[in-house]
Design a protein around this ligand. Structure first.
Ligand SMILES: C[S@@+](CC[C@H](N)C(=O)[O-])C[C@H]1O[C@@H](n2cnc3c(N)ncnc32)[C@H](O)[C@@H]1O
Length: 463
């Protein structure tokens, strides 16, 4: 029997689920007919061969005990992430992929039912369009049904960050429908409307004004489009213009708290080499399917882990650092490391319908190994999350852990303590951490780095 994916129910013509770990899309008669037509076209075939669209194979629904108009099997992606966990460049690339697919498939009379970033996933640093059920044959006079969704979920979040310097992630996490035109218009109200920002006039101001007027629909959207004379050629022109606009948007952040950390100058060369050796030895001890590098920064240790693992999720709260990591991995064609923006003190909760449509970061996957390197003190002292609670969280993942604890004498810890009332963090001690670790894990190896203020642990979960 198929286990339905709780995030796949909005399309009346089909939904996705899993059977023994296989990813299956069940389609209604109409959905199967549409998919057969669309998937068979030269443009969708070419996009699939290029890897822009996830692969599909028709299977007999009865072979998995289902009754449906048709069934497709897709390869399972190593990790699912959501737009509010992406960076600026990731959302931009997903937007450009969506527009390119619209443009390319239009020549074969195909369109996309919707235009949401949830139709895109990242395989490493490469966007892949996964909602094959969204392709449908389109009449020459059809409107672009996904237009408003594209604006709210792609263009406006990108404009918010590019024009106002405000992060889009909290907004997309706050509303799964994205940012509305009046909301963005309100935020951008004070910013200068230069010629370069014409897109704002066309896509934000006009739509915001329209959205503020109550409108009672008396005519179907298809009839209205036919009457207005909107043609495929006009839509192609619109998509091309949007591609140019989206492609030109830039987030001009040059520095963040962690953007210059890459050199790791506070480690002596020998210490850094010892830390790399420690992580490398654990990583090489066996091949793993999924590794989490939490507080990954520039991904230095993610890369070491990726040498011996099928997939690594490199998560960090610093959006600029993660954006740079994404761009670098993208330029290297890296598909084994997936960057993610996650604040470990406030990770993504379950969202959407029933609170499970978009799963929480904690429930998303089961890693085999977790790297938790030089991040504990930031959460303990910077965010007041006690070390024991952090270890509880790590233990709940039931994975091996490489844990680096900078002791109370470490210069970086002392620096963090300077911002706090004296004596408040007296419990931040290596002895209490040793005890808390031993209560929750089997300690396989414990090594103190040469400077004497950094302790590395290789931990196994208790069954
Ligand atoms: C000292 S660096 C360590 C980087 C890397 N793990 C290493 O060992 O070289 C700490 C990293 O933790 C990240 N960080 C700090 N607080 C965080 C939080 N609440 N959630 C996620 N990442 C966080 C910072 O952005 C930074 O990149």
């Amino acid at each position: 029997m198929i286990t339905p994916d709780p995030g796949s129910f909005r399309d009346p013509t089909g939904h996705v689920g899993s059977v023994d770990g296989r990813i299956i899309r069940l389609l209604s008669d109409r959905g199967a007919g549409d998919a057969r037509t669309a998937i068979g076209t030269p443009s969708v075939t070419a996009a699939t061969e290029r890897g822009d669209v996830v692969a599909s194979a028709w299977i007999d629904p009865s072979s998995i005990g289902a009754s449906a108009g048709g069934a497709l099997e897709h390869p399972r992606l190593p990790f699912i992430a959501y737009p509010y966990e992406w960076t600026f460049a990731m959302l931009q690339d997903a937007a450009l992929l969506t527009l390119r697919l619209l443009r390319e498939t239009a020549v074969d009379g195909v369109s996309l039912k919707d235009a949401t970033p949830y139709n895109v996933q990242f395989h490493g640093a490469r966007p892949v369009f996964i909602d094959v059920g969204s392709f449908e044959p389109a009449a020459a006079s059809d409107p672009w049904f996904g237009r408003q969704q594209f604006l709210q979920m792609f263009l406006y979040p990108l404009m918010l960050q590019a024009y106002a310097g405000a992060a889009f992630q909290p907004w997309l996490r706050g509303s799964l429908e994205g940012i509305t035109a009046p909301e963005l218009d309100g935020v951008l109200g004070g910013t200068r409307l230069t010629q370069r920002r014409r897109g704002r006039l066309v896509h934000v101001k006009a739509n915001a004004a329209a959205a503020r007027r109550l409108r009672t629909r008396t005519e179907g959207v298809e009839a209205e489009t036919k009457r207005s004379g909107l043609t495929r050629e006009l839509l192609l022109t619109q998509w091309r213009a949007l591609e140019r606009l989206v492609g030109r948007l830039e987030w001009k952040e040059a520095r963040s708290v962690w953007s210059d950390y890459g050199a790791r100058g506070h480690y002596a060369d020998a210490e850094l080499a010892a830390k790399e050796r420690f992580v490398g030895t654990v990583a090489a001890s066996r091949q793993r399917a999924l590794v989490y590098d939490l507080g990954a920064n520039d991904g230095r240790f993610s890369r070491i882990a990726a040498e011996h693992a099928a997939y690594v999720v490199a998560a960090d709260a610093d959006r600029l650092v993660v954006d740079r990591l994404y761009r670098e991995l993208r330029s290297q064609g890296e598909q084994r490391i997936q960057p993610l923006t996650i604040d470990l003190a406030d990770p993504s909760p379950g969202l959407g319908w029933g609170g499970v449509e978009r799963s929480s970061f904690a429930d998303r996957a089961r890693p085999d190994l977790v790297l938790y390197l030089a991040v504990v003190h930031h959460l303990a002292i910077g965010r007041n999350v006690p070390v024991a609670l952090q270890l509880d969280q790590l233990a709940s993942l039931k994975a091996e852990v490489v844990f680096e604890f900078p002791t109370e004498d470490d210069p970086k810890v002392r620096e963090l303590l300077l911002a706090k009332r004296t004596g408040l963090f007296d419990t931040y001690r290596v002895e209490s951490t040793d005890a808390a670790v031993a209560e929750r894990f089997d300690v396989r190896t414990r090594e103190v780095l040469d400077g004497g203020t950094r302790v590395l642990y290789h931990l196994s979960p208790r069954s």
